[in-house]
Design a protein around this ligand. Structure first.
Ligand code: PLP
Length: 425
C-alpha cells in the first residue's frame, strides 16, 4: 500500500515534473488536451485489474458484472452524443480503431484512398511503413494546388481513376471542414465504403460546431483524447449496426486486440457524459473562437512581411497551419523559439514543403487545451500577439519579455489546482 513517492521516487519525479511542465507552459499542440479530474480518477482505478475479453453480457471471463455496466454506459453515451446506431468503445487508441476499420471492411491488397500524408493525412491513412501502407494498395488525393483545400472534383477524378474499395475522409493537419455529402456521393458512384476518421474534430462535431460525419459515413473512427478531451484511446461508430456492427466488433476483438482496458473504458464513459453538457459546448465554442483569433493575428501585415502565412489563409476548426516556406526560420527553429517563450507547439510539414521532414516549413498550432484551461477571447488575443511577435522577430525576438507575458497567463489560469499526483510533500 505504499505510495509511488516512497516506492519508486524515480517515476514519481517524472509525474511531478510533468505536472509542473503542463502548468508552466501553454499547451498548443492541436492534438492535446487536459482531462478533468474525474477522468484521471476513473483511469487510475482498480478497473485496470480486470480482464474482460468479449462484449457486455458476452464475456470470456467471469466477474465482469461491474465492468459490463460501465462499458454499456460508454456505448450508450457515445451513440447518443453522435446520433449513431452502433458504438465500440474498446479500441486502445486511434490507430487501433483504424486498424479495425481496415480489418472489417477491406482485404489485404485492396485499394484504399485517403488524403496524402504530406497534405495533412494520418500515418494510418497509407504511410509506406505503417501497416496501412504495407498491407493495402493505398492511393492518395492531394490538396488543390491553388487553394490548398480539398477539391471534391479532384477527389472524384482520383476515385474514378483508381476505383478504391474504401475512401477515407479525415485528417491530422487540415484547417477546414470536410464536405461529407460530396464524399458520400463519390463513394456511392465508385461503389466504395466511406470511412471518416474524425479524431481531430470529434469534439467540435459533438458540440455542433462541425458537421457530424455519422449520417454520411459507413464507419466513423475517432480518438477520445483530442478535442473530445477524454482519456488517450479510440472508438468506432456507425449509422448502421445491422450491416457493420458484427464486422467491426469482431475486427476489434479478437481481430486486433485482446482484453479491453476497462479503466480507460470507464474514463471514456465519464468523458462522453461531460461532452453532452453545456460546459463542453462553451469550451468548443472558445476553442474555435481562439483559432480564429490566432488566424486573424497571424495574417496581419507585419506577419506577412516576415514571410509567414497560413495554409488556406485561415481556419474553420481548432487549429491553424503556419506556412514558413518564405521565412528564414524553419519549423524546428520556430518550435524551439516558441518553447523558449513558454508555448508548446509541433512543427509540421506544409503541403509541397521543400524542407526535410525532420525540420519542416510549418507549425501546427491548436487551441483545445487552452480553451479547457479557461481561455477566452482576451487571452487568445494576447497569446496570438506573442506568437506573431516571436515569428516576426525571429532570432532577434525579446524572449524574456515574451516569456513574461506567457507567465502572466499561466499564473492567471492555474491547472489542476490542488492536484498532487504522487503524495509527495
Ligand atoms: N487518426 C487521426 C486523424 C489522427 O490525427 C491520429 C492521431 O494523431 C490518429 C488517428 C491516431 O491516434 P493514436 O495516436 O491514438 O493512435
Amino acid at each position: 500500500n505504499e505510495h509511488i513517492a516512497s516506492l519508486d521516487p524515480d517515476v514519481a519525479a517524472v509525474l511531478d515534473g510533468e505536472l509542473e511542465r503542463q502548468r508552466d507552459y501553454l499547451e498548443m499542440i492541436a492534438s492535446e488536451n487536459f482531462v478533468p479530474r474525474a477522468v484521471l480518477e476513473a483511469q487510475g482505478s482498480v478497473l485496470t485489474n480486470k480482464y474482460a475479453e468479449g462484449y457486455p453480457g458476452r464475456r470470456y471471463y467471469g466477474g465482469c458484472e461491474e465492468v459490463d455496466k460501465v462499458e454499456a454506459l460508454a456505448i450508450e453515451r457515445a451513440k447518443s452524443l453522435f446520433d449513431a446506431d452502433y458504438a465500440n468503445v474498446q479500441p486502445h487508441s486511434g490507430a487501433q480503431a483504424n486498424a479495425a476499420v481496415y480489418h472489417a471492411l477491406v482485404k489485404p491488397g485492396d485499394t484504399v484512398m485517403g488524403l496524402e500524408l504530406a497534405h495533412g493525412g494520418h500515418l494510418t491513412h497509407g504511410m509506406k511503413i505503417n501497416f496501412s501502407g504495407k498491407n493495402y494498395n493505398m492511393v492518395a488525393y492531394g490538396l488543390d494546388p491553388e487553394t490548398y483545400r480539398i477539391n471534391m472534383d479532384l477527389v472524384r477524378e482520383k476515385a474514378l481513376e483508381t476505383r478504391p474499395k474504401m475512401i477515407i475522409a479525415g485528417w491530422s493537419a487540415y484547417p477546414r471542414h470536410l464536405d461529407f455529402q460530396a464524399f458520400r456521393d463519390i463513394a456511392d458512384e465508385v461503389g466504395a465504403y466511406l470511412w471518416t476518421d474524425m479524431a481531430h474534430f470529434a469534439g467540435l462535431a459533438a458540440a455542433g460546431l462541425h458537421p457530424n460525419p455519422v449520417p454520411y459515413a459507413d464507419v466513423v473512427s475517432t480518438t477520445i483524447h483530442k478535442t473530445l478531451g477524454g482519456p488517450r484511446s479510440g472508438m468506432l461508430l456507425s449509422r448502421d449496426a445491422a450491416t457493420f456492427g458484427r464486422k467491426l466488433n469482431s475486427a476489434v476483438f479478437p481481430g486486433q486486440q485482446g482484453g479491453p482496458l476497462m479503466h480507460v473504458v470507464a474514463a471514456k464513459a465519464v468523458a462522453l457524459k461531460l461532452a453532452a453538457g453545456e460546459g463542453f459546448k462553451d469550451r468548443q465554442r472558445r476553442t474555435v473562437e481562439g483559432a480564429n483569433i490566432l488566424a486573424e493575428r497571424l495574417t496581419n501585415q507585419d506577419v506577412r512581411d516576415a514571410g509567414v502565412s497560413l495554409v488556406t489563409g485561415g481556419t474553420d476548426v481548432h487549429l491553424v497551419l503556419v506556412d514558413l516556406r518564405d521565412s528564414p526560420m524553419d519549423g524546428q527553429q520556430a518550435e524551439d523559439l516558441l518553447h523558449d517563450v513558454g508555448i508548446t507547439v509541433n512543427r509540421n510539414a506544409v503541403p509541397w514543403d521543400p524542407r526535410p521532414a525532420a525540420v519542416t516549413s510549418g507549425l501546427r498550432i491548436g487551441t483545445p487545451a487552452l480553451a479547457t484551461r479557461g481561455f477566452g477571447a482576451a487571452e487568445f488575443t494576447e497569446v496570438a500577439d506573442v506568437i506573431a511577435t516571436a515569428l516576426v522577430d525571429g532570432k532577434n525576438a525579446n524572449v524574456d519579455a515574451l516569456a513574461a507575458r506567457i507567465h502572466k497567463l499561466t499564473e492567471k489560469f492555474p491547472l489542476y489546482e490542488g492536484l498532487n499526483q504522487t503524495g509527495a510533500a
